[in-house]
Write a protein that binds this ligand. Structure first.
Ligand SMILES: C[S@@+](CC[C@H](N)C(=O)[O-])C[C@H]1O[C@@H](n2cnc3c(N)ncnc32)[C@H](O)[C@@H]1O
Length: 431
């Protein structure tokens, strides 16, 4: 056997051994914490245990995901890997979400294809095609031929409306945008405009993502609910913002949470830091929803305000912090610079701009795992598809502040333990 042959044989065994060792770590964790064994049965555990086990279990879990995937790819081989059809799986998920197939029958009941077809308005034949492709990919089970039951995935879609919304946004908004991205790049190769994206082409318009959603508020609201799902996704949980920065340094100052949606981050910070005050700014339709959901005990310290962050009249002057989570990754440099410059008239010397977004490592070695890298690279490309924007590396962040104004002093970035995103900080040195 040649050198290549013996290397690849030992590598698959090495992967299998590592999978076995890390699986034992997870199994031991479940047992010592009296948690049920992992299963996709309808009464199986949701992702909550993973959320609670972070960051303790992150390395073992990521390693099992990475290694099983690599092992699978190796034994699949390159030709079959290229030809593996992800496309039709996505189409099945899209039909499941759009026609709300998980909601077609109760969680504790079974249904035939004909019954699901009748409840959802689909043909019986396509219902069967879609569900059977779903079953082999972890949606529903078929305990007897022609009879469908829920598994834990479809149960979660029914019990957690945010997840159903997430899937609908993924397949109704993102998937068409992805499918039109190559065409948008061919038409507008050098653009930084939000209205010249795969998303705009898919919607047959020149509107950017948020402009279009302001015309169709129901779609915008669904997007906001879908975003909240990330709160339960351990690497994106806002607890990392709360614990990842010494907020007490701002004493009784004001934090302006710009593009803060329903104020999830401000509410979390206000609960932990009783001296701080917050102003959550967003577009009008969003702000109304935020006000309605604010816990009464925080009403004195968390205010909501309609403000367009491109307008050069930031109404809150002299705040200690201007905070942005998941804002700049939605905008190309041209627009991000405008967002930063719009702050300048309101800034007092020493004010901080704190941004919570990805700081992508400049090479692959900076990622904790391949699964983390895949998430980040996927998010990065998603930004191009929807916004003509991008996730940024550390130098990109430094340059952005420099481009906006030389009086912003870039202080660097910190990635809290267990967080996939970083806190990126700059200080205003102007008068
Ligand atoms: C990706 S979401 C992030 C929301 C929130 N910061 C969070 O972390 O959950 C982007 C937010 O920016 C808001 N937004 C978009 N364009 C805006 C504008 N011109 N002025 C103010 N807010 C805007 C959206 O309504 C949305 O709430």
């Amino acid at each position: 056997m040649n050198m290549m042959g013996s290397l690849s044989t030992s590598h698959i065994v090495e992967l299998a051994n590592r999978i076995s060792a890390n699986t034992a770590i997870i199994d031991n964790y479940l047992e010592t914490h009296n948690l049920p064994p992992l299963s996709f049965n309808v009464d199986g555990p949701t992702n909550d245990w993973i959320h609670d086990a972070q960051p303790e279990m992150a390395a073992a879990r990521d390693a099992v995901i990475d290694d099983t995937e690599e092992l699978g790819r190796l034994v699949t081989g390159p030709r079959d890997h290229i030809m593996n059809s992800t496309l039709h799986r996505l189409s099945a998920y899209q039909v499941i979400s759009r026609f709300r197939l998980a909601h077609a029958f109760p969680i504790d009941k079974e249904a035939t294809f004909a019954e699901i077809a009748a409840a959802s308005g689909l043909r019986k034949s396509v219902t069967r095609q879609v569900i059977r492709l779903g079953v082999v990919n972890g949606y529903f089970v078929e305990p007897r031929p022609g009879v469908v039951a829920h598994n834990v995935t479809t149960r979660m879609l029914v019990e957690n409306p945010g997840l159903q919304d997430y899937l609908e946004v993924l397949f109704n908004e993102s998937l068409p945008a992805s499918a039109h991205t190559a065409e948008a790049l061919a038409r507008y190769p050098l653009t930084e405009e939000p209205g010249e994206t795969g998303f705009s082409l898919a919607n047959n318009c020149n509107d950017g993502f948020y402009d279009l959603f302001s015309k169709y508020p129901a779609r915008g609201l669904k997007f906001q609910t879908a975003m909240k799902c990330y709160q339960r996704s351990s690497g994106f949980d806002s607890r990392h913002i709360i614990t990842g920065y010494p907020w007490e340094e701002f004493g009784s100052g004001t934090v302006v949470d710009i593009g803060g949606s329903h104020g999830m981050v401000s509410i979390g910070l206000a609960q932990k830091y009783p001296s701080l005050s917050f102003v959550v700014q967003d577009l009008e339709a969003i702000i109304e929803g935020g006000r309605a959901n604010l816990p009464a005990e925080l009403a004195a310290r968390v205010k909501f305000m309609t403000h367009d962050f491109f307008k050069e009249d930031q109404p809150i002057h002299g705040a200690a912090v201007y905070f942005y989570r998941w804002i700049f990754h939605n905008w190309s440099d041209k627009y991000s610079v405008r967002i930063l410059r719009s702050l300048i008239p309101a800034l007092k010397t020493g004010a901080k701009v704190i941004i919570n977004d990805y700081v992508l490592p400049s090479g692959k070695s900076g990622f904790k795992s391949r699964v983390a890298e895949k998430r980040a690279r996927g998010m990065d490309l998603c930004m191009a598809e929807l916004f003509n924007s991008q996730e940024r590396e550390l130098d990109d962040w430094a340059n952005l502040f420099k481009l906006a104004d030389s009086r912003f002093e870039f202080k660097g970035a910190h990635q809290p333990d267990g967080s996939e995103m970083s806190l990126i900080v700059a200080e205003w040195k102007g008068e």
